[in-house]
Design a protein around this ligand. Structure first.
Ligand code: TGC
Ligand code: FAD
Length: 389
């Protein structure tokens, strides 16, 4: 479909700056040339796009809001959101790679790291020379990370780390992992674990039907000696990892709009071209109902994100507001992916069209960074004051 047909039904572009639009256009162009031609084959082959992280570094998609002195671009939160939207129009795996590197690895090092840690890791993470992963989830503790079992002991001149993390994006590729474990007092702290440390392994998780163009795996710590300077000194407690999630969930809220737009634009074009009973299928009311609802939901999601971005720029966005956007927008996108696939009939199951890939990807997106139900409970708690977890 022509890129000029990407919807802006409420003239939201008028609320963006020229810089926002230029950034969006440059990421859009890159997605068209680097991602679109290769993504179906990569997903079919269950393999990542070669050189992806370096490419993301080159286009400024890694840590866009990290200060320039540490290799970032010092951009605002709307720019970050627009970048995520364009990347996920290509594929959730591409947005995931940028999300993890930016919000889950660079963000905690920038917020909670020492000056030495910032200088050592951030520029290489920003350029994609170094790949990071984020370990919070464990085999026995996903939605309830406060019960994590990974722990480290102070051995005088180093820490001794034991435990395991599961479902970790980019674990098989990572050079470093920002991981969360309990100290001897049972308090959660962050550690930077580097590939090559003895006892640290990253087995890959195979046979996924979702996010097939992204590598997922475990992080296993078997008596790993972690140097003391690798502890993140700036935070203790679950609020450390949860603050990173605020940033990543915000990016996902924007990102999934991109996946929905890709499905919507494909469906509009197909419905105008495909004829049955002597008419384009877009001339039938049932198909128009679907398209009208897609556009309505995309427009609502765009407005939600724009205002959330304004709040975030002013440091006023609450975690519960971010949960609402993540939950609403991911459900919006997965519904559009599933319904738009039907508009294509049998063709909708084919790799030439993006719907099955987006729908399958969004099954992970609706689960990770807090499940759909967990985010509902966060909203419920915010409304009532009662914790229903
Ligand atoms: P709770 O007692 O409510 O809170 C513990 C402490 O944390 C603070 N806090 C937050 N701080 C910052 N941001 C937030 N969003 C926060 N939520 C809570 C809270 O104030 C408290 O601080 P303090 O100082 O009083 O100790 O915690 P809880 O144990 O009841 O759990 C709350 C719950 C369930 C909402 C939370 O744990 C949760 O969000 N669970 C879902 C887990 C999750 O999202 N995991 C994501 C793993 S990473 C991932 O999926 C990456 S996918 C990457 C990709 O490929 O894109
Ligand atoms: P569980 O917590 O076991 O939940 C199972 C079901 O129970 C869900 O439907 C949930 O909503 C429901 N449930 C749980 N508690 C309650 C409750 N109190 N009330 C009602 N219902 C409840 N994690 C990382 O740390 N780093 C990563 O990079 C990362 N990448 C991921 C990549 C992929 C592809 C996937 C699939 C996951 C990734 N995750 C990552 C893990 C992800 O965050 C977890 O899968 C998610 O938080 C849910 O945890 P769980 O899978 O253990 O499900």
């Amino acid at each position: 479909y022509p890129l000029t047909t990407i919807p802006d039904y409420y003239g939201i572009d008028a609320l963006l700056t020229e810089e926002h639009k230029l950034i969006r256009q440059s990421i859009r162009d890159w997605v068209e040339s680097f991602v679109m031609p290769k993504i179906d084959q990569a997903a079919q082959d269950h393999t990542d796009l070669p050189g992806l992280m370096r490419e993301l570094g080159k286009i400024g998609a890694l840590g866009p809001y990290i200060p320039e002195e540490y290799g970032g671009s010092g951009l605002d939160q709307i720019s970050y959101g627009l970048i995520m939207q364009e990347l996920e129009r290509g594929d959730s795996a591409v947005r995931s790679a940028a999300s993890v590197q930016s919000s889950l690895v660079m963000f905690p090092i920038n917020e909670f790291g020492s000056e030495e840690q910032k200088r050592k890791y951030l520029p290489k993470l920003a350029s994609g020379e170094m790949i990071g992963s984020f370990g919070l989830t464990e085999p026995n503790h996903g939605s309830d990370p406060s019960s994590m079992e990974s722990q480290f002991k102070d051995m005088g001149d180093h820490y001794l780390l034991n435990g395991a993390k599961m479902w970790i994006t980019n674990s098989p590729l990572c050079d470093i992992a920002v991981i969360w474990a309990k100290n001897e007092e049972g308090k959660v702290q962050g550690l930077i674990v580097e590939r090559g440390m003895e006892g640290f392994t990253t087995p890959e998780t195979h046979n996924k039907w979702s996010l097939r163009a992204s590598k997922t795996g475990e992080l296993v710590f078997n008596n790993v000696k972690v140097p003391k300077e690798n502890l993140l000194p700036g935070v203790t407690g679950l609020k450390g990892p949860l603050s990173c999630l605020n940033s990543a969930r915000y990016g996902i809220s924007w990102g999934v709009i991109g996946a929905a737009i890709d499905c919507y634009c494909t469906a509009v074009q197909y419905s105008k071209e495909r004829k049955q009973f002597g008419k384009p299928i877009g001339a039938f009311q049932l198909q128009q109902k679907k398209l009208a609802e897609f556009l309505t939901e995309i427009t609502k999601a765009q407005l939600l994100c724009l205002q959330l971005g304004n709040l975030k720029n002013d440091h006023k966005a609450t975690p519960a507001q971010i949960s609402m956007a993540k939950r609403n927008n991911v459900k919006m996108a997965i519904d559009i992916a599933r319904e738009s696939r039907q508009i294509l009939g049998g063709m909708g199951i084919m790799g030439e069209f993006p719907m099955m890939r987006h729908a399958a990807n969004l099954e992970s997106v609706i689960t990770y960074e807090g499940t759909h139900d967990v985010h509902l409970l966060i909203t419920g708690l915010d409304i009532t004051g009662f914790n229903a977890f």
